[in-house]
Design a protein around this ligand. Structure first.
Ligand code: B4P
Length: 190
């Protein structure tokens, strides 16, 4: 079973690369950002609470996203594997994911981290904000807050996988195809 954590700051290209990876490897794509936006679109109570935090560039509470991922793992018992995109975003989420997978006699194969400079992230997100309708992409102040949240709370997750010898970092600047090919080269070593 191939279980990949695609890691990187907001705008690093996780969602973009996930779309290509699910086609090539036949994996299930689990993006907590997409799942949360789905809740918002349906107007659920969870979605209403999450929207306030997301629009302000903050992380949603661990218990909420862990619960969503747990439900998706249960609903896809026959999957060949999963791409975790935007999850785990805290060390507590990473620990919970290990526990969820080990209860299913599975584990993370590896984490691939996309390295992109803050200037490039900001310009990508502002560009997407012009057409995506995402409030969290439209405002430079919110984008900077998301990058700060990443540095404070999410960056330590890399160390969690480094200590398990499951971490590989690649350059996230270049064409989508170049980055895809670098990711596939890493996956081929698993
Ligand atoms: P996400 O939906 O995960 O959003 P993201 O970090 O912006 O990444 P995304 O995958 O969408 O963008 P990508 O890099 O592909 O999270 C949104 C919010 O949800 C968070 O701020 C948080 O509030 C909440 N949340 C989600 N998960 C959570 C969790 N686990 N715990 C707590 N809270 C959580 O692409 C960005 C742009 O770059 C695109 O326009 C793309 O076209 C462009 N791009 C991609 N590759 C490129 C390349 N090689 N060159 C140039 N541009 C490129």
């Amino acid at each position: 079973m191939l279980n990949l954590v695609l890691f990187g700051p907001p705008g690093a290209g996780k969602g973009t690369q996930s779309q290509k990876l699910i086609e090539k490897f036949g994996l299930i794509h689990l993006s907590t950002g997409d799942l949360l936006r789905g809740e918002i679109a349906q107007g659920t109570e969870l979605g209403l609470e999450a929207k306030k935090l997301m629009d302000d560039g903050q992380l949603v509470p661990d218990a909420v996203v862990i619960g969503m991922i747990s439900n998706k793992l249960d609903a896809n018992k026959e999957a060949k594997g999963f791409i975790f995109d935007g999850f785990p975003r805290t060390v507590a989420q990473a620990e919970a994911l290990d526990n969820l997978l080990s209860s299913k006699e599975s584990a993370i194969s590896g984490m691939i981290a996309l390295q992109v400079t803050d200037e490039e992230l900001e310009s990508r997100l502002l560009l997407r904000g012009k057409s995506s309708g995402r409030a969290d992409d439209a405002n430079p102040e919110v984008i900077r807050k998301r990058i700060k949240e990443y540095n404070d709370k999410t960056a330590p997750v890399a160390g969690f996988y480094q200590s398990q010898n499951k971490y590989t970092s690649i350059n996230g600047i270049g064409s989508v195809e170049e980055i895809f090919s670098a990711i596939v080269t890493v996956i081929d070593t698993y």
